[in-house]
Design a protein around this ligand. Structure first.
Ligand SMILES: Cc1cc2nc3c(=O)[nH]c(=O)nc-3n(C[C@H](O)[C@H](O)[C@H](O)COP(=O)(O)OP(=O)(O)OC[C@H]3O[C@@H](n4cnc5c(N)ncnc54)[C@H](O)[C@@H]3O)c2cc1C
Length: 436
């Protein structure tokens, strides 16, 4: 055996998993397809920005203990979001005035009273033929927050997520300085004697054998073969679903047991288009006679249904966000087209397109849907797939286990906290099994 464990993927799940394995005395090799660690935690180095520009994860949802403990290890400051919310109505921003999160959560609780159905079916029943503003908000929030298509998403699974600690509308914060310091901390605290990370190494095949696994990979044009006692696969669900032979796709031999293959098929990757636009100065704070200077979140029927600031930190950039069906409308669009649409929307939110254009300096976007090692932003559960995350969270057998946000339980699916929870769990399972 070359190693005790091969971990595939160096995102939140893979890094915390490898760190825990190393500390337990197990030799571990991490294979990472890209040239960097962090996966969907990904920032942009913009020295002129006042704050961390995040192309992927930005918030901590709820008060997840593992995430908070990890941030505390290196003394990170965590800042709660400000709550000023505004809605764009008839071309003008007004204070949101209603708690759309609480109303949506109340509607979703209806999912626990009956057999699983789609979020859309649940909302239609609640509308009884007359679409209300509440269900319109619910559709927008399930798309925006869960990156989910309401017509396909499991009402029960979404309701469970909305009832948990990471609930939409609940406590939400950001690590000051972004998630990059957390990634650096995880990499720094890998035991160098036991844990090795190979970047630009794309796993292509995992073969389970009598006493372990053989993992094949391609590293800068060369074939690599590693033997280990166990493989822990932390790649996104979209990568697990990629067609055989597609860039990043992993072949499993023998084929995965039916219940595991079914679980993978019962989870979807939700799309997100997140544009971060930096301005010469935070011009929106003085528009409208300063009426929304303390606004944190802005929503409306726009191509980007949500725009947010970094409040309480006064930064010089805005985030324009489209998730779920709103993001799917950008399928195939170039980065420049997404940026142009985001600036147009920001101009309409703040009622002064030319002031926004004049102050605009630069914008950033990453195409998560076309990134072969992500294939979307984060996962949601399809109708009937309520048990899928729990199935993925259990080891397949002695030689193979999955981890990552899609395999997170307790309503944390889709988040960094869920990825950390799941990576830690997979490491503990491996330590228990391999130490025997
Ligand atoms: C735009 C956006 C916004 C988000 N906002 C938030 C937020 O505010 N708060 C929050 O909690 N979460 C957010 N998320 C979700 C969060 O980023 C993820 O849930 C979390 O980072 C996933 O961690 P992971 O380890 O499961 O997967 P990943 O971070 O995707 O790590 C998997 C790794 O596997 C690698 N890989 C893929 N294929 C292969 C292969 N064949 N061989 C080797 N390596 C491979 C990838 O390169 C990647 O590094 C957001 C995500 C996106 C995209």
């Amino acid at each position: 055996m070359d190693y005790d464990v091969v971990v595939i993927g160096a995102g939140a799940a893979g890094l915390i998993c490898a760190r825990t394995l190393g500390r337990a005395g197990l030799t571990t090799l991490v294979l990472e397809a890209s040239a960097r660690a962090g996966g969907r935690m990904r920032d942009v180095a913009d020295p002129r920005a006042r704050g961390a520009i995040e192309l992927g994860a930005e918030f901590v949802h709820g008060r997840p203990a593992i995430t908070y403990d990890l941030l505390a290890e290196f003394g990170a400051t965590v800042v709660d979001d400000a709550d000023g919310s505004f809605t764009l109505r008839d071309g003008a921003l007004e204070p949101a005035g209603r708690d759309a999160f609480a109303e949506t959560a109340a509607l979703l609780r209806g999912a626990f009273d009956r057999a699983d159905e789609s979020v859309e079916a649940l909302l239609r029943r609640s509308d009884r033929g007359a679409p209300s503003e509440t269900t319109a908000w619910a559709r927008r929030l399930v798309g925006g927050f869960d990156a989910a298509d309401p017509a396909r998403a499991s009402a029960r699974a979404i309701a469970e997520e909305w009832a948990g600690d990471a609930a939409a509308g609940g406590a939400q914060s950001r690590p000051l300085g972004g998630y990059a310091p957390l990634v650096a901390h995880l990499v720094r605290t890998l035991d160098p004697a036991r844990v090795h990370v190979r970047y630009e190494t794309v796993a292509t095949r995992v073969a389970r054998e009598a006493n372990g696994v053989t993992v094949d990979a391609r590293a800068r044009g060369a074939d690599v073969r590693i033997r280990a006692r166990r493989a822990i696969v932390t790649v996104p669900i979209g990568v697990l679903q990629a067609a055989p032979g597609a860039h990043g796709a992993i072949a499993f031999e023998p084929p995965l047991p039916a219940h595991v293959a079914d679980a993978i098929a019962a989870i979807a990757m939700g799309p997100v288009v997140k544009v971060v636009a930096r301005f010469r100065e935070p011009v929106w704070e003085s528009l409208g006679d300063g009426a929304w200077r303390d606004g944190a979140f802005f929503s409306g029927d726009e191509a980007f249904p949500t725009v947010w600031t970094q409040l309480p930190v006064r930064a010089d950039f805005l985030v324009a966000w489209a998730g779920g069906p709103a993001a799917a409308r950008f399928a195939g669009a170039s980065g420049d087209a997404c940026i142009a649409a985001a600036l147009g929307a920001i101009g309409r939110y703040f009622g002064d397109a030319s002031a926004i254009e004049d102050a605009f300096e630069v914008a950033y976007v990453h195409d998560w849907q076309r990134d072969p090692f992500a294939r979307g932003a984060y996962s949601y559960v399809l109708v009937g797939g309520e048990r899928a995350r729990a199935v993925l969270a259990r080891p397949v057998d002695g030689a193979l286990a999955f981890a990552g946000e899609a395999a997170a339980e307790g309503g944390e699916g889709g988040t960094v906290a869920g990825a950390l929870q799941s990576g830690l769990r997979a490491a503990h399972d491996a330590v228990a099994a391999l130490a025997r």
